[in-house]
Design a protein around this ligand. Structure first.
Ligand SMILES: [Zn+2]
Length: 220
């Protein structure tokens, strides 16, 4: 092979990625950069359909609810990608493991490059890049975490969702996926009767020490 396009495409789907999240003081002065690791893209897609144990455990109720909203779309992508990957593995006599897609794709790659001919390489590169694009698009929602602090407007009383379930009324902090820090964060109350929203880090400061501590815990 004359270039690394295929390996790059495999890596993009199967290796964890690191975000460098900037931490600043109250007046916006740079403190330090904290690495935050994200699972491989293929694993993120699988997790979106079947939440794995221990995956951001602190915000279980909020993230489980978000995932339920995503499930049908993510499941559709996952089934298509799984089917293509299983076919690809069959062509090079590799056993596919549905519960570990990153390992399966790497096993496929090892078998594929071990062969003499790479006649379909262009097709594989574009197929794998298409998967990565689909998954990134699917995961583009803001990152969020439960602040561990009840809404100061509507209070700590749990609220009932349209699914009839009771949810703890904890504030949620959301920040854009591609932002290096929390300066564009917004803090929201998920209670449908309230929907209070605070924008920016300054608002987090005003909401109090509990929330600030929750933010600091997540950022580092
Ligand atoms: Zn509220």
């Amino acid at each position: 092979m004359s270039d690394t396009r295929l390996l790059d495409a495999v890596d993009a789907l199967t290796k964890p990625t690191i975000d460098h999240v900037k931490q600043t003081t109250d007046d916006g002065e740079y403190l330090r950069t904290v690495p935050v690791e994200h699972p491989p893209l293929l694993q993120q897609l699988a997790d979106a359909v079947v939440p794995s144990a221990g995956n951001d455990g602190g915000s279980k109720s909020a993230s489980a609810r978000e995932r339920n909203v995503l499930d049908s779309d993510a499941l559709y992508d996952l089934l298509l990608i799984q089917k293509q990957l299983i076919d690809m593995c069959a062509w090079v006599d590799v056993a596919a493991n549905r519960s570990d897609l990153p390992a399966t794709l790497r096993a496929w790659y090892a078998a594929y490059i071990g062969r003499a001919q790479f006649d379909a390489e262009g097709w594989y590169v574009s197929t794998l890049n298409k998967w990565a694009g689909q998954i990134r698009h699917r995961m583009e929602r803001p990152k969020s975490f439960e602040a561990g602090y009840p809404c100061p407007i509507c209070g700590p009383k749990p609220w009932i969702g349209t699914d009839g379930e009771s949810y703890p009324n904890m504030l949620i902090v959301e920040y854009p996926r591609d932002e290096p820090d929390l300066s564009h964060a917004r803090t929201i109350c998920r209670n449908p009767e309230c929907r209070a929203e605070w924008k920016g880090l300054g608002a987090i400061e005003e909401l109090g020490d509990e929330l600030r501590e929750a933010v600091e815990k997540v950022s580092g």
